[in-house]
Design a protein around this ligand. Structure first.
Ligand code: FMN
Length: 355
């Protein structure tokens, strides 16, 4: 599959990015990519986090399958889990196009999609086709741009979608919905988390569905401390670190580097891993972290886990390396563990903090 992708990649890169994305979803949906890779087959990669059994710690991040159209097909590529969303209660178009840029020389992406979502009702119509036995799917919920009750929007998502969620993510870190990141402030965050926790207790009193929060990488030390305390206080089950960055690293080469929006991919690896490291310290390893940002190889995944991640996610690297990537990363990650004498992921989580 990797060879086929390397042959068609130059052609794909000539297409407008959103068209290429829509086509890739179509290919997955209609099964034209089959036979696809077997799910992870490495015993050392199997891991239990939030009480869920993951065949691999490497998942697909939110934003690729926003409406839950192809979760089972994505899992079949070898991802250990996939995250659907961000889903907003009502259908909304997102920002005007163009709003997605490939920074090819930098192996990066800038997006200002602005939560384009077909809404909860459409997501339900898609997700009823998902087979629970195929694998783990997280559901990432958000608020409509023009909503007068943003907290209520997250609550609606939890109420409507809990049947399909192996875990939920409260996304407060998209840079493309004005004011959304303000929900990361201590008071606003406490209020939001208590309402979401309440909603989840209503629909899932036995507390089986883990509730996670996804944060931005653009945080000061005080923000990290505040968020860490607040998520522990409100008994969140985990944190995703991180979303895209509004910072622009020095040395970006692409002509698109000054486009507005969130930057992801290779240049995000360093900053997002540093913030992950800080969150591991600030939470004392008491809740699982998902390390997201710039993962493009097994070695990158390994470094995130050593910095404190229990699981990792990627999106941008898939654009550059194609559908063979999850299988390749699983293989490389298993090799990293073996070379350093580890037999399981749990031995590696936060290793760099102990040594
Ligand atoms: C085109 C695009 C759309 C995205 N949409 C979402 C989204 O809807 N919700 C979300 O939580 N993150 C979204 N993200 C952020 C990713 O989930 C991820 O956190 C970020 O891209 C960093 O990972 P990466 O460097 O592997 O891409 C999006 C990223 C990209 C590139």
């Amino acid at each position: 599959m990797t060879i086929i992708y390397s042959l068609v990649r130059p052609l794909i890169m000539t297409l407008p990015p959103e068209m290429a994305h829509a086509m890739s979803i179509g290919v997955l949906k209609w099964g034209l990519g089959r036979p696809i890779s077997k799910p992870a087959k490495y015993p050392s990669l199997k891991t239990n986090v939030f009480g869920l059994d993951f065949p691999s710690p490497v998942g697909l991040a939110a934003g690729y399958d926003k409406d839950g159209e192809v979760p089972d097909q994505l899992l079949a590529l070898g991802f250990g889990f996939t995250e659907v969303g961000t889903i907003t209660p009502l259908r909304q178009p997102g920002n005007a196009r163009p709003r997605l840029y490939r920074l090819i020389e930098d192996r990066a992406i800038i997006n200002r999609m602005g939560f384009n979502s077909r809404g909860i009702e459409n997501a339900i119509l898609n997700l009823v086709h998902h087979k629970k036995s195929v694998g783990i799917i997280g559901i990432n919920v958000g608020a409509n741009k023009d909503s007068e009750d943003r907290v209520g929007d997250y609550v609606k998502g939890i109420h409507a979608l809990h049947e399909f969620a192996d875990y939920f993510v409260i996304n407060i870190s998209s840079p493309n919905t004005p004011g959304l990141r303000q929900l990361q402030g201590r008071k606003a965050l406490g209020h939001l988390l208590s309402k979401c926790r309440e909603a989840l207790n209503d629909v899932d009193p036995s507390r089986k569905i883990p509730l996670l929060v996804k944060v931005a990488p653009d945080l000061y030390a005080d923000d990290v401390a505040d968020i860490a305390e607040t998520v522990l206080e409100y008994e969140m089950d985990g944190l995703i670190v991180s979303n895209t960055t509004v910072e622009r690293a020095a040395g970006l080469k692409s002509r698109w580097k000054d486009q507005a929006g969130g930057l992801s991919g290779k240049p995000l690896f360093g900053p997002s891993t540093e913030i992950l490291w800080r969150f591991y310290r600030a939470t004392g390893g008491r809740i699982p972290l998902i390390g997201t940002g710039g993962v493009a190889s097994g070695r990158d995944a390994y470094l995130k886990i050593r910095a404190g991640a229990s699981l990792v996610q990627l999106y941008s690297a898939l654009v550059y390396q194609g559908p063979g990537l999850p299988a390749k990363i699983n293989r490389e990650l298993a090799k990293c563990l073996q070379e350093d004498g580890f037999t399981s992921i749990s031995e590696v989580i936060g290793f760099d903090h102990r040594n």
